[in-house]
Design a protein around this ligand. Structure first.
Ligand SMILES: O=C(CO)[C@@H](O)[C@H](O)COP(=O)(O)O
Length: 221
């Protein structure tokens, strides 16, 4: 647990009728990054938002915008995510025919490049792109919906990826079912960025986003 832990609330669990206010609220409550779940209704069976809404939200906070593209064929809109103000752009390995090219393109656009792995996708698929990666997102649920139950078998996968990183400047992010109860195991395995939707926006203490963020942070201190 030597790295500084980054808490990234997923606005998928927020009140979509007040997105800007929700981002400001978690910003003031101690969020480090804002996690943006982009879903296309094809790669995952759900639909959310894309570059125009991200652009509209960009002026609500100075925090890092962490865009997780759960989309087929992400290459077509990469420039739009960069222009909208995404700092990290993460694509799914399962959605890319030429993963190395896509990651290089993200960096050329001035963003940090991330790759996400569905629970069934082995860590080995990123071995050949370790030199062009800034972030690995280990999905700890099957993507598409908030409020799912954490898959414990992903802890070993996080540890495997942590070994593969072998001192490189790459951070591990986890997403899905992250709570004060599950955070310790993923951080011990090597995760540094904790995405949490339900635990922050719909947690035990809905009135206090700061309390919900603090619970997760305290659990991994
Ligand atoms: O990417 C996704 C879902 O596909 C996540 O970001 C979820 O939004 C996390 O939600 P919780 O499991 O924390 O409720």
């Amino acid at each position: 647990m030597s790295h500084e832990i980054i808490i990234a609330p997923s606005i998928l669990a927020s009140d979509f009728s007040r997105l800007g206010d929700e981002i400001k609220a978690v910003d003031q409550a101690g969020a480090d990054w804002i996690h943006l779940d982009v879903m296309d209704g094809h790669f995952v069976p759900n639909l959310t938002f894309g570059p125009p809404i991200i652009k509209a939200l960009r002026n609500t906070t100075d925090k890092i915008f962490d865009a997780h593209l759960m989309v087929s064929n992400p290459d077509v809109l990469l420039a739009d995510y960069a222009a909208a103000g995404a700092n990290y752009v993460t694509v799914h390995a399962e959605a890319c025919d030429h993963l190395d090219r896509t990651l290089s393109h993200i960096r050329e656009l001035g963003c940090k490049a991330g790759v996400a792995l569905n629970p069934h996708t082995p860590a080995a698929v990123i071995q050949h792109v370790m030199d062009r990666l800034d972030l690995v997102l280990v999905m700890t649920v099957n993507p598409g919906f908030g409020g799912q139950v954490f898959i414990p078998a992903m802890v070993e996968k996080i540890a495997t990826i942590n070994d593969m990183i072998d001192g490189r400047d790459i951070i591990i992010e986890v997403d899905g079912g992250i709570t004060a109860e599950t955070a310790g195991a993923v951080v011990r395995a090597g995760a540094q960025v904790l995405v949490a939707g339900s635990a922050i926006f719909k947690g035990d203490n809905q009135a206090s986003y700061s309390g919900n963020i603090a619970r997760i942070r305290d659990a991994v201190r």
